[in-house]
Design a protein around this ligand. Sequence first.
Ligand SMILES: [Zn+2]
Length: 182
Amino acid sequence: MAVLKVVEWPAKVLETPASEVKEFDDRLRTFVSDMHETMRASNGIGLAANQVGDLRRVITIEIPHMGKEGGDDEEPKWWHNKRFTFVNPVIVKKSGTIKWQEGCLSFPEVYDFVERASDVWVKAQDENGKDFEVHADGLFAVCLQHEIDHIDGIVFFKRMSRLKADRVKSKMLKRGNVNVEA
Ligand SMILES: [Zn+2]
């Protein structure tokens, strides 16, 4: 197991669509564990393979239940505190709308509101190639759509108004200048 390096925008891999996974072997399973470990180490609730520089359609999600003080419902939902791995995920149905202030490990310190579907039904495979389907709502639905966008090469500012997107881009580009490595 290893913590992988999370790439930041404007890395090109973040805007490149990932390819379907066809081989469900030990290499894939190791990669999936590394993604989970990386996500935990970075305090993220979702991670897409593109964010660690890999172009396979793999997503990991784990949303801790924060309780009332963390702005959560008192009772955890079925999807809280669970490790999810989605390989080749496809949204088969969506409904409703939800606005959530999103962050992204590839955009440190950037948070802004994005409107998405409040409910999504997603078909995918696990790391062993087994098919499954989930109905996600709330933050789980937001997170799934954010991560599926990643593997399609779509970063979250593409879902914002032009004005907000420009603000995010300039913030990131300024940050880039500050952190130029020697
Ligand atoms: Zn992200």
